[in-house]
Design a protein around this ligand. Structure first.
Ligand code: ADP
Ligand code: MG
Length: 303
């Protein structure tokens, strides 16, 4: 179990994180979300032991995570941190990069392991290619596979799919998170993408104002977003009578006391996102067809 006990941290004089307190069980998937600059990456670095804490402590089971002041070499064998800088060996092949830390005394096991991971990150066809010839997204996948090579007990992923295009993202996410669950590897994912969270995270924490502003399962936070910041993470929403109403919870009805005038229809695939004007405020709702600008509609809230 990872225990983050009431930690505070500042790079300079202002606190980036204040009184952060949470725990993650073995094998759980925790998402850390928050606006850019809210301290997601900093939190992962602290868990990894990259900096010394101003206050509090971090424990993995019974091991206290120590910062550079108390630890000569940063990091621990049981933990891997995949950052935005991939730090790969450019002039060697994908498979050599992935197997870099695996012992050559067990060539069969090494080969099996690398093959398994090449499948997880869908790079089997690229195994012999030199890393310098890969795209940013492919490099990110090599970095993920390499971090998993020695089966860490816990892995910290900082926006793990940020460089990966949409064609690959969906299946890669499923592969990776399924693999981590199968191997019972604890994982902490810093992200601003709801698709990294929904369907995968057991718990999520929301950072704001240097603090944890929410800590719950994704379903609860989705259904009951306490602040506009949390709602905005999940999708387009409206504030109607101080209530947070997602765009798909606002529907066109025959008659109601919410009369809006349509401004624009955005094609979204299986629906249109309609922007309209309701008593001088912009509102968004979803509709199966586009609606012409200037048309008046009645809306009703279905929570
Ligand atoms: P996020 O990952 O959520 O975007 P970061 O953890 O990168 O946020 O940054 C949190 C805050 O700490 C920001 O205000 C950022 O400018 C500051 N910060 C990040 N890294 C450093 C650093 N090495 N030195 C000083 N300030 C930093
Ligand atoms: Mg970051």
């Amino acid at each position: 179990m990872l225990q983050v006990k009431n930690i505070s941290f500042s790079y300079e004089k202002n606190f980036v994180l204040k009184n952060i307190d949470f725990s993650v069980n073995k094998g759980q998937n925790l998402s850390v979300i928050g606006e850019s600059g809210s301290g997601k990456s900093t939190l992962l670095r602290l868990i990894y032991g990259e900096y010394d804490l101003n206050q509090g402590e971090i424990l993995w089971n019974n091991t206290k995570i120590l910062g550079p002041k108390f630890n000569l070499v940063i990091g621990y064998d049981f933990m891997k941190h995949v950052t935005q800088e991939f730090d790969l060996m450019p002039f060697t092949s994908v498979e050599e990069n992935i197997g870099k830390h695996l012992s050559n005394f067990f060539p069969v096991e090494k080969k099996e392991r690398v093959t398994e991971l090449l499948e997880v990150v869908e790079l089997a066809l690229f195994s012999k290619i030199k890393v310098k010839n890969l795209s940013g997204g492919q490099k990110q996948r090599v970095a993920l596979a390499r971090a998993l090579a020695k089966q860490p007990e816990i892995i910290l992923l900082d926006e793990p799919f940020s460089h990966i295009d949409n064609f690959k993202k969906q299946s890669l996410r499923r592969n990776l998170f399924k693999y981590l669950k199968e191997k019972n590897i604890t994982c902490i994912v810093a992200t601003h993408d709801k698709d990294d969270v929904l369907g995968f995270a057991d718990k999520m924490i929301v950072l704001g104002d240097s603090k944890i502003i929410a800590n719950d399962i994704p379903e609860h936070l989705y259904k009951n977003p306490k602040t506009p910041l949390i709602a905005s993470f999940f999708g387009e929403f409206n504030l109607i009578d101080d209530k947070i109403v997602y765009s798909n919870q606002l529907k066109v009805v025959e008659k109601s006391n919410l009369k809006a005038v349509v401004n624009h229809s955005y094609f979204k695939g299986y629906y249109y996102l309609i922007e309209a004007n309701l008593n001088g405020e912009k509102v968004f709702f979803e509709h199966s067809k586009s609606i012409k600008k200037g048309v008046a509609v009645f809306l009703s809230i279905y929570l």
